[in-house]
Write a protein that binds this ligand. Structure first.
Ligand SMILES: [Mn+2]
Length: 354
């Protein structure tokens, strides 16, 4: 399997002869199947997936090209892994993340046979660059979010409850093939739209309300993330003016994207537009984040970010302005950083008026 081979090469380059993958999303990334509890990748030969009984048959059916080890209820997972590390002669074992308990358990069982070192960045250097297979799934997840958003625009009207709008969105995404939502759907209306994580409650949407809708689909474990802001009814001139400002900030940021650019510079491209208009204090979050198997993953696009954008990154660009008591406006698209430009994976449509 290609990803495993890249991991092996990265290990070799850094002087490791084995990698223990313990984070469940990382295991999914390498094995293609959810449900295993650990993945041991030696420098040659078969990689081993460790699976408890509850997921054993599913992993055996879905993960191709692995040795699948059943972990029995009375067995200790880390003791079993340590036994194999010793048997395979692994001396320098890198790992992604282990909780304190697991780290202590495996160290105790290894009794010095192998040195353990955290190297989560090796996995992230792979996961942040999406391969062709991943991009296909991410495009699909993005399309499904667009389907949900189109539905939101069609159904939204004063008098609806926030949860009713969410139900229509989720039904539409599911009905088109989404495996689930990428996260809890946000439909935040009126003054609640000023809360970036306003969720979705039993509030009746009023005429003239700003409604921030932040949704994501999931397709074959890949996620999408997209936000639009609507007004139920006629938008006011202040609502329109703020909307145009956020839209301009997003456009400036997307134009600033190219391989090698500092993520903090992309953030600044959007933030400066909002600051100049006097709303700098009201843009209360970073500009964006990577998306993939998780809805928030590296790279991070914020003023403090040390990341650089690279070809193959999929990131969100989501400026916002939030005025307590008045409401909020956010526009979020998923963007693929490619060799020459930034490609939007979510549809290029805007809908202030519902
Ligand atoms: Mn987001």
């Amino acid at each position: 399997m290609k990803r495993i081979e890249i991991l092996r090469q990265s290990c070799l380059d850094k002087g490791f002869d084995g990698f223990l993958v313990a984070n469940e999303i990382n295991i999914l990334y390498f094995s293609g199947a959810p449900g295993a509890s650990c993945l041991l990748v030696p420098d040659g030969g078969e990689s081993i997936l460790y699976v408890y009984g509850v997921n054993y048959e599913q992993v055996k059916a879905e993960a191709k090209g692995f040795r699948v080890e059943l972990v029995k209820r009375e067995e200790n997972l880390m003791a079993k892994v340590a036994e194999h590390v010793r048997a395979l002669g692994i001396r320098r074992l890198a790992f992604d993340t282990l909780n304190v308990e697991s780290y202590r358990a495996i160290s105790r069982k290894l009794r010095g046979a192998a040195k353990l070192k955290p190297q989560g960045s090796i996995v992230w250097s792979l996961r942040r660059i999406k391969d062709m297979d991943e991009l296909e799934l991410m495009r699909r997840a993005a399309e499904l979010a667009c389907e949900g958003m189109k539905t939101a625009q069609e159904v939204l009207r004063p008098g609806m409850m926030e949860y009713e709008v969410a139900a229509e969105i989720e039904y539409a995404m599911r009905n088109k093939g989404s495996w689930g939502t990428a996260f809890e759907t946000i439909v935040a209306s009126g003054a609640r739209s000023a809360y970036p994580h306003g969720g979705c409650v039993d509030r009746k949407i009023q005429a003239g309300d700003l409604v921030v809708i932040d949704i994501g689909a999931s397709y074959r474990h890949y996620r999408s993330d997209m936000t639009r802001t609507f007004v139920a009814g006629e938008p006011s001139s202040k609502q329109k003016q703020l909307y145009e400002l956020v839209k301009l900030a997003q456009e400036k940021a997307i134009k600033a994207i190219k391989p090698g650019v500092k993520a903090s510079d992309v953030d600044a491209a959007a933030r400066s537009v909002i600051e100049k208009a006097g709303y700098g204090e009201n843009f209360v979050h970073g500009l964006g984040h990577g998306v993939g198997l998780e809805v928030h993953e590296p790279p991070t696009i914020s003023p403090q970010s040390m990341d650089k954008l690279e070809s193959g990154n999929v990131v969100t660009i989501e400026p916002g302005i939030y005025l307590v008591g008045f409401g909020g406006i956010r526009i979020e698209d998923m963007v693929l950083v490619s060799e020459f430009n930034a490609e939007k994976l979510t549809d290029d449509f805007y809908g202030l008026e519902a």
